[in-house]
Design a protein around this ligand. Structure first.
Ligand code: 0CH
Ligand code: SF4
Length: 341
């Protein structure tokens, strides 16, 4: 039993938990042996869209047998991708890499209409793991365009969700990445305009961009930021709250994960030393020198096992106490596609 790793028991009292014995790293906590407080953000990690997307691949492997093909990383996390590869999923970036008569699954981020059409023209079984909240954005965008409004998409150029959405909504769409871009839009101020957004942006930056749009356009409609994605909103609020209590913020997530990067940025904005880490091995003891409390959160695509690995690594560096802060667990779940229910 490690003397270093403690987690609150059901009544909130610190109780030791078991860790595997591994070589010790240099101590980083003060000589007094005051334990480093590790605060876990609640909620963190997998959202309902990610759970559903992974479930779709696993159920497809059971129903159709390996291999099944997944276009793009099902979610932006190597651990998830490797686990599915081990079960027989093949990951490709282009539909041309998928052989005829195979099963192909579109990732949680969504795909352009042209990809769906190309799959439909070939002898393929296509399954769609696009998150229902991403699909909701596609539908909202289409409705605004059908109403005759010029559509503005708030998002990061080149991100697969943005590429997918721009290819799902017909008509001319202006992409805006910052409040500065709003001034450069060549659309008359009194034109009927609407906006929709990528689901994993900074809620605060998005609000700022929407305010700039409101100042620029007199006839503007679009969703409230609270209606875009509950998971993005909740993880960012929890991270912000966590940052008021810690000296260092660790965000578990992949470098190509938009929502994970946004969590790290919250830490930076709040003046907290913040690091995005793909896994425990990325932790550097010098990050924690002088720190009394470390916050740990995880992007929507990061499995909890990676969070536990990070916590165990912290416990190898010196004594720690562990507790959770934030709201109770989320209870949202999305239905699977009919073919896999
Ligand atoms: O945050 P992004 O969009 O890069 O994607 P992820 O890390 O795979 O997380 C899941 C979100 C998928 C679409 O909203
Ligand atoms: Fe869906 Fe939101 Fe999760 Fe993206 S972050 S997969 S939109 S629930």
């Amino acid at each position: 039993m490690s003397k270093n790793l403690w987690i609150d028991d059901a009544r909130g009292h610190p109780a030791p938990i078991r860790t595997r014995a591994r070589p010790r790293s240099p101590r980083v906590t003060p000589k007094t042996d005051t334990p480093l407080r590790v605060l876990l953000a609640q909620p963190r990690g997998f959202c309902a869209g990610v759970v559903r997307a992974i479930d779709i691949v696993e159920r497809a492997l059971q129903k159709f047998e390996a291999p099944v093909y997944v276009r793009h990383e099902i979610v932006h996390n190597k651990r998830v991708v490797e686990a599915l590869k081990a079960k027989g999923a093949h990951f490709v970036e282009d539909l041309d890499e998928v052989p005829d008569h195979a099963v192909v699954i579109f990732s949680a981020h969504g795909v352009p209409k042209s990809v769906e059409q190309a799959a439909a023209r070939r002898p393929l079984t296509a399954l769609d793991a696009t998150c229902p909240l991403v699909t909701k954005v596609h539908n909202q965008g289409r409705r605004y365009v059908a109403q005759g409004r010029r559509l503005i998409f708030i998002g990061h150029a080149g991100h697969p969700e943005v590429v997918g959405a721009l290819g799902q909504i017909p008509g001319r769409i202006a992409l805006v990445q910052s409040a500065r871009d709003v001034a450069a839009l060549k659309i008359p101020g009194d034109a009927p305009v609407a906006y929709v957004t990528q689901t994993t942006l900074s809620v605060d930056d998005t609000r700022e961009i929407i305010e700039a749009l409101r100042r620029r356009f007199s006839n503007l409609v679009g969703p409230d930021t609270r209606d875009i994605c509950y998971a993005t909103q909740n993880r960012q609020s929890a991270a912000r709250d966590l940052c008021t209590r810690v000296d260092v913020l660790l965000v578990v997530g992949a470098a190509n994960s938009s929502n994970s990067n946004r969590l790290r940025e919250i830490g930076v904005e709040m003046g907290v030393r913040s690091h995005l880490v793909a896994e425990a091995e990325a932790l550097r003891p010098e990050w924690f020198v002088g720190a009394r409390a470390v916050g740990v959160t995880a992007g929507a695509s990061a499995p909890e096992e990676l969070v536990l690995g990070v916590v165990a690594r912290l416990a190898q560096m010196g004594p720690v106490t562990i507790s959770s802060v934030g709201a109770p667990e989320e209870s949202i779940a999305f239905r699977l596609p009919t073919e896999l229910r």
